[in-house]
Structure formats: C-alpha cells, structure tokens
Design a protein around this ligand. Structure first.
Ligand code: PEP
Ligand code: MG
Length: 582
C-alpha cells in the first residue's frame, strides 16, 4: 500500500491574502553538473539526434508559455520569449555543438555548454548595452536545455496542471508575472519579504502567498498537497482532514466577503463626515486596468513600467506609445501616473548586466539608471508625452534622492518636448511631473522639492527600508521591517504637511495604502489619495466609509507621539475594533 505523505507545517511571512489549496510544483533553478566524459563512437549520431530533439522540445515549451503569457497579459509581456526563441534557432550555435558531438565525441550537454561559453564571452564584450542584455537570454536558454538534457523538469512555469501551487527558492519578477495563469492557485517561496516585488505582483494577481519560509522548496516534494494560508503566513503540507475541514469554512467566508464587497463597488469612498478619499490603483501590467475599474479605482496612481523591460530589448517608442495609450484611454477621464523605469535593486537587475554590486538597493537603480542612460529615458518620456494626448497622463520619478536629479530629469523632459515640437508630433504640453518620496532625504527636504515638482507620491515600501536600514526582502530581518515605526510616520507627516503648505497633491502608493489597519492613520495624517493593488480597493473603501476624519486626526496625532511601531500597531488595532463595533 502507498504510504500517505507526511503532514508538515511551515511558517513564513503572509505576503498576499487568501487561502489556496493545490498540488505543489517545485520550481528548480540549478543547472545540472556536467561530467567531463566522452562518448563511444557508436553513440555519436544518437546523441546528435537527442540534442536536436531537445532544442525542439524546449522551443515548443517556450512557445507554449509565450502564447499563455500573451493571452493572459498581452503581447508586451510575451516579447521576452522572442529573444530566447531566436537564440535557440541560431544556426551557428547548432552547428558548433554538433561539431563538438561528432568530432570530439562530447556528450550533448558538454558540447552545448562549451559552445555557449564562447557566445557568452562574445555578448559580455559587446559595447551596445541593449545587445549585451542578450547575455541573460543565452544563460536562460543554456539552463533550460541542460535541464532537459539531464531529464529534469523545465524551470519555466508552463505546462502546469490545474490547481498548482508554485514553490520556489526565489522568484524574479520576470517569472512572477507568469503566475497569472488561471491554473496557478498560490505561491510559496523560501526567500523574500511581504514587500518584495514577487509578493507585490502576487497580491495584484490575487494569489494567496507565503514567503520567507526559508526551506519550503527543500521540504515540499512535487505533487504534495499544500494549503497556503496567506492571512497567517502558514503552509500546511499534506494537510489532515480536520485541517481541511477547518479551512473549508474560512474559504466559504472569503468568497462571501468578496461578493459583498464587489456589490458595494460603486459606493463613494467618503468618510462618515463627508470627506472624499480618492482610491486609485497600482498596476504592473496594462491588462490590470480592467481589474482596477472593476474594483472601483478612480485612476491609476502608479504604473510600474519596468516590467515592460522583460524582453531583451527596450520596447520601441511606438510600442511604448501603444501600451501607454491603451492605459490612458482605458482610464480616461481619470488620471494615469506613469512611473519611469525603476530598474535595479531586486527589479530585473539581470537585464542590466552591469557589474555586480555589494549593495544593489543602494546602488545603480531607478532614476540613476535613467539619467545615465539617455536613450532609455528619452524614449520613455517621448512615449508618455505622446500617449498623454489620449487622456490624462502624469510622470513619476522613482528613487529620487536629491533635487539635482529632479532638475536634470526636467531638463531632459524639456529637451524631449522641444524635439517633439520640432518634429510636429502631437504630444501633451505641461505634463505633470512628480517624485516618489521613498528615500528619507526627500521627505526631510520636502519643502525644497515641493517648489519644483507637481506632486509627491509616498513609496512607503522603500521609505521603510531606507529609514530603518532593513532590507525589504530578507526574511531574517522581516520582523524589523515596520512601516508603523514612528520614524517612518514622521517622514510621511512631514511630506503631507509640506505638500499642503505648497499646494501640491500628496498621495501614497506604497503597500501601506492597502493595509486596512493603516487607513485611519493615513487619513488622519491628511492623505486624500491612496493608490493600492486593485483587489484591495473594496476592503479599504469599507474602512474609509466607517471612519470620521476628525477622529482619524486625533488617532494620527496620538500615533505620531508614540515611541515604537508596536505601540502604534496596538493603538491601530484598538481603533479598528472600535470602528467595527460602531
Ligand atoms: C515603494 O517603494 O513604496 C513603491 C511603491 O515602489 P516599489 O515597491 O515599486 O519599489
Ligand atoms: Mg520603491
């Protein structure tokens, strides 16, 4: 008789709410070891054939993923796969590998890897940065072909069975977007924190997620049944019947609550004492506009454009115009805040192929990359200005740390406007330019910034990280990452006050905006615009409708006077309990 699989409970960090039950798929990323052996003469032709078949298989798998991603997320995201297919079909690479198999009697894995070594060297030396980016595709293809040759499962998240829970050591954002397939029900990772980018994407896709389990990918076997509790940050591996029964009613309540909330979608986000709070959506891919509207968003408060960079090349100006126009038109007459590429840190740093940094979050990222790479920045600015004629587009600069950066960015913007004018290309004049307040220096100098920018958007994910010197993605220090820390609250308050004094709007687009516990505090601090994952809007609106602004102000003043984040949290929990009782 088959032995029942063993029950195990893993504890991690709750990263996206909800409960999911499914079979585990372990995403492998190790490239198998390649032994230095030689083939017998009679094996050579069979090995050559095996190699060609493998290329075929991998090509089919990539095309299948490409179709899925295109169907679910649109053609832009599917661009990433073009480069890989091109590489896989390269006649030189094929020829060279076959020569090594036939003449040197190398097994296919060794022959392929030796061939790619030369290709990798060549790509690494290319001066043109866009071509150099193809190095990451060579490495990706190498990994996929070698895993297949070794008889392993492909790393790509395609061909998944229905009701799959993906278990990974870590998941780069470029792969996280593939989780939008309907068959994926949940996500578990060893690393990461609640605000790492895979978690943010999982939340926007509505996938229950637990991160920071440290060892899930080693402790869970493919095919194990797993229950992901994204509320408590717990994973039950091969859950027993009583555990499943207990969760069944929770899942039913969850479904009922979602139905209730969406039936209240068109109600205004207004406090009991009639103050309007604008709720906007953070989106990562253009297709989320529909979900944003369906959840009652009054605009896009932040579109993270860096995911457009999933392909090996910068999307052309025309491609970007088409994408931005679709969003701006889809949201009109509401505003769409387009954030310029925030590459680097943990976001797609693989496409940059710059020298490794000891502290990537303190290194070459966000606006720094854009200002150093004019073609990247100018192409994007031109596209946003051109799309702006279709509705209301605004520009947002990420990772600003000094006013010089704003001034340089404005100069480039003016140059771009002048070029478009000269060319006679229609574009929007006087596009609003705002900055993310996510580095403490900006909050501390908010008055100076307010004189030169059109709006502030508080990025509390990074603001917390940089204020407390706590990496947002490291599980070991996740307990120290606390956006309720009074130091973070003071920086928020300083920014809001400065915005008010100078008459410029202040919004918040960090994950704090989607935390129902934080909402009375944020309203009390004077924020009138919150931008959050579309799926969280109905819940946040319920909180807004249940509070009074004058009481929220008193609550915020009390929190600002507290000494620790845990005191603030306790105070907010008590306030939430009072609000619920009313
Ligand atoms: C932030 O830092 O709060 C933010 C919204 O930006 P991101 O999460 O994309 O870094
Ligand atoms: Mg940020």
């Amino acid at each position: 008789m088959k032995k029942p699989r063993e029950y195990r409970k893993l504890v991690g960090i709750a990263a996206a709410p909800g409960v999911a039950i499914g079979r585990a798929f372990i995403r492998k990323e190790e490239v198998p070891e390649i032994p230095k052996r030689k083939l017998d003469t009679d094996q050579v032709e069979l090995e050559a054939e095996r190699f060609l078949n493998t290329l075929h298989q991998v090509g089919d798998e990539i095309r299948r993923t490409q179709r899925l991603v295109e169907m679910e997320h649109g053609a832009e995201l599917a661009l990433i796969f073009e480069a890989q297919l091109f590489m896989l079909d390269d006649p030189e690479i094929k020829k060279q590998t076959l020569v090594l198999i036939r003449e040197r009697q190398y097994p296919a894995d060794r022959a392929f890897s030796v061939t790619l070594k030369q290709a990798k060297k060549m790509f690494a030396q290319i001066e043109n940065e866009y071509l150099r980016m193809r190095l990451s595709d060579v490495m990706d293809i190498e990994q996929q072909v070698l895993i297949r040759l070794a008889g392993g499962e492909l790393r790509a998240l395609n061909a998944l069975r229905a009701n799959t829970v993906v278990v990974a050591h870590d998941l780069p954002p470029s792969e996280a977007v593939q989780l939008g397939q309907r068959r994926v029900k949940g996500l578990i990772t060893d690393g990461g924190g609640a605000n790492s980018h895979a978690s943010i994407i999982a939340r926007s896709l509505g996938l229950p997620t637990v991160v920071g389990t440290e060892s899930a990918s080693r402790q869970i076997a493919s095919g194990d049944m797993v229950l992901v509790d994204g509320e408590e940050g717990v994973v039950h591996v091969n859950p027993t019947a009583p555990i499943l029964r207990a969760y069944r009613s929770q899942v039913q309540r969850q479904v009922q609550r979602q139905l209730d909330l969406s039936s209240r979608r068109s109600l205004p986000a207004r406090t009991r004492d009639e103050h309007e709070i604008a709720l906007l959506a953070n989106i990562d891919v253009p297709e989320e506009v529909q979900s944003a509207l369906a959840h009652g968003a009054r605009g896009v408060g932040m579109y993270r454009t860096e995911l457009l960079y999933l392909g090996y090349r910068l999307p052309t100006e025309e491609e970007q115009v088409a994408i931005y126009s679709r969003i701006v038109e889809g949201m009109a007459p509401h505003p769409v805040v387009i954030r310029t590429f925030d590459l680097g840190g943990d976001k797609l740093s693989h496409v940059l192929e710059s020298a490794p940094e000891a502290n990537p979050f303190l290194g070459w990222r966000g606006i720094r990359i854009c200002l150093d790479t004019p073609v990247l920045f100018k192409t994007q600015l031109r596209a946003v200005l051109r799309a702006g004629v279709k509705g209301q587009a605004q520009l947002l600069l990420p990772m600003i740390s000094s006013l010089d950066e704003v001034r340089r960015a404005r100069e480039v913007l003016q140059e771009v406007e002048e070029e478009l004018r000269q060319e006679g290309v229609p574009f929007v004049e006087g596009c609003k330019l705002g900055v993310m307040v996510e580095v403490p220096s900006v909050a501390l100098q908010a008055d100076a910034f307010a004189e030169e920018v059109d709006f502030f958007s508080l990025g509390t994910n990074d603001l917390t990280q940089y204020t407390l010197a706590v990496d947002r993605g490291t599980p070991k220090v996740a307990g120290l990452y606390d956006s309720f820390h009074p130091a973070v609250l003071r920086l928020i308050a300083m920014t809001v006050d400065s915005g008010r004094r100078h008459g410029i709007p202040v919004s918040i687009c960090g994950e704090l905006a989607g935390d129902p516990l934080a909402v009375p505090l944020l309203v009390g601090l004077g924020l009138e615009k919150l931008s959050l994952s579309p799926g969280l809007i109905p819940e946040v609106k319920e909180v807004v409708r249940a509070i009074r602004q004058n009481e929220a102000r008193e609550l915020a003043a009390a929190c600002l006077g507290m000494k620790t984040g845990s005191e603030v949290r306790q105070c907010l929990e008590e306030a939430a309990a009072r609000i619920q009782k009313e």
